[in-house]
Design a protein around this ligand. Structure first.
Ligand SMILES: *Cc1c(COP(=O)(O)O)cnc(C)c1O
Length: 417
């Protein structure tokens, strides 16, 4: 597991992570992270890094951010005891309800935080990338809220596939730009946003949507999303009577997972990240980056990626668009290497089954991404009877209805009776 770290190194790095000392001043999480970008991009990243250092933890910014989280996003989000699911699983199951946050997922925490930062840095306009459109919608909403024009770069293939979200973004006042270059999906959209950013790094602010990419983004996004774990920790102590034995979160780029896990690193809670197992273990059939990938550089960061023996980045597959990415945030690569967090995967079918079970038992239609965490938690509960489990319910599933109509719901047990 710790193949990349020397003897003793894992312990030292984990202690640093827990002490809040990572990333280091070069943006590194042990061997991972950093900033591997072309010369032309360096000034934009340095300007952003200086802005983050000046404002992110300043009282004025934090006051404004916390106020927006409370009054506009709707935080703190609830902690829900899943009574029927607990009975079925033989466990005590608690859900951190990011699906109740404005625009329906955790992504808004990051989007509003960065939009407020853009304002403070004097940006004239904002750009963002999006894959399935969830981060694009959150960015469009956040930009409308702070009063900045927003352009969302989106692969042409995704513009076609995600028409309802394209319409949502436009209604929220954003310009949606279809990117036809490269694979015409998320990776191409990020590349295009970076290309546009360098044309005017002073006037443009780039809101990146997950804990990925070059420094300072993985750090910035973690800091903004950590509100999930901070709240959940306090709520577990107050409402559940103690911390969880195990916590689960789905991992695409890794922002909701790092947001939940980071404040729990020093605790005894077992932390488990769940990736997309897709349709099988073959290359291109899944997006189980940490579970099956190897170290390499992707979009400015040294992390774990899905690549072939020649270093060619692999296509991925997942039923959930939000997990369908061939890289992962560098902090997760470190946490895996230290052994503090384990990363497993759930298949498309397991996710669908879990989604249905949650609907039926708790009246919650969760996102397909999130369903992967439920599937893994359920398997874990069976092997560890009687434990207290916390699941990061990253978003709601209304957006997945077009996909779900292809998989008709099974006849409910009570309907059949
Ligand atoms: C985008 C998304 C994810 C995956 O992104 P992370 O950065 O890994 O959190 C997970 N769940 C939902 C609901 C999403 O919209």
């Amino acid at each position: 597991m710790s193949a990349i770290l020397e003897e003793g190194e894992a312990e030292r790095l984990l202690a640093q992570a827990i002490a809040g000392k990572l990333p280091d001043e070069r943006g590194r999480f042990g061997p991972f992270g950093g900033r591997y970008v072309p010369e032309t991009l360096v000034p934009a990243f340095e300007r952003l890094e200086a802005g983050v250092r000046e404002h992110l933890h300043a009282a004025e910014f934090q006051d404004e951010f916390r106020r927006e989280l409370r009054s506009w996003v709707g935080r703190p989000t609830a902690l829900t005891y899943a009574r029927q699911l607990s009975e079925r699983w033989g466990a005590e199951v608690w859900l951190k309800r990011e699906d109740l946050a404005h625009t329906g997922a955790h992504k808004i925490n990051n989007a509003i935080g960065q939009a407020l930062l853009a304002k403070r840095l004097g940006a004239k306009r904002v750009i963002a990338e999006t894959g399935a459109g969830q981060h694009g919608v959150a960015s469009a909403a956040a930009c409308a809220r702070v009063g900045l024009p927003c352009s969302v770069y989106m692969g042409a293939v995704d513009v076609e596939r995600q028409a309802p979200n394209v319409d949502r973004m436009r209604r929220l006042g954003a310009e949606v730009v279809a990117v036809t270059a490269g694979d015409a999906t998320l990776r191409a959209a990020i590349d295009e946003a970076l290309r546009v950013w360098v044309t005017d790094p002073d006037g443009i602010y780039y809101i990146l949507g997950s804990a990925v990419g070059a420094h300072p983004y993985p750090y910035l996004v973690r800091e903004l999303q950590s509100v999930i774990g901070e709240e959940a920790r306090e709520q577990m102590l107050r409402e559940a009577g103690g911390l969880a034995d195990a916590a689960f979160a789905c991992v695409g780029g890794g922002s909701n997972a790092i947001g939940l896990f980071y404040p729990l690193l020093a605790d005894d809670t077992e932390l488990i990240g769940v990736e997309a197992g897709g349709t099988g273990s073959g290359l291109g059939q899944n997006a189980a980056t940490l579970a099956t990938g190897t170290p390499g550089v992707l979009q400015g960061s040294y992390t774990i990626i899905l690549q072939d023996n020649d270093g060619q980045v692999q296509e991925t597959h997942s039923i959930s668009a939000g997990l369908d990415y061939s890289g992962v945030g560098p902090e997760h690569a470190l946490l895996k290497s230290t052994g503090r967090v384990s990363y497993i995967s759930a298949t498309d079918d397991e996710a669908l089954e879990a989604l249905e079970e949650l609907c039926e038992t708790e009246g919650i239609l969760t996102a397909l991404e999130t369903s992967h965490a439920f599937a893994a938690a359920r398997n874990w509960a069976r092997e560890h009877p009687g434990k207290r489990i916390l699941i990061g319910n990253s978003g709601r599933g209304d957006k997945d209805m077009p996909t779900l109509t292809k998989y008709p719901a099974k006849v409910r047990s009570y309907a059949a009776a």
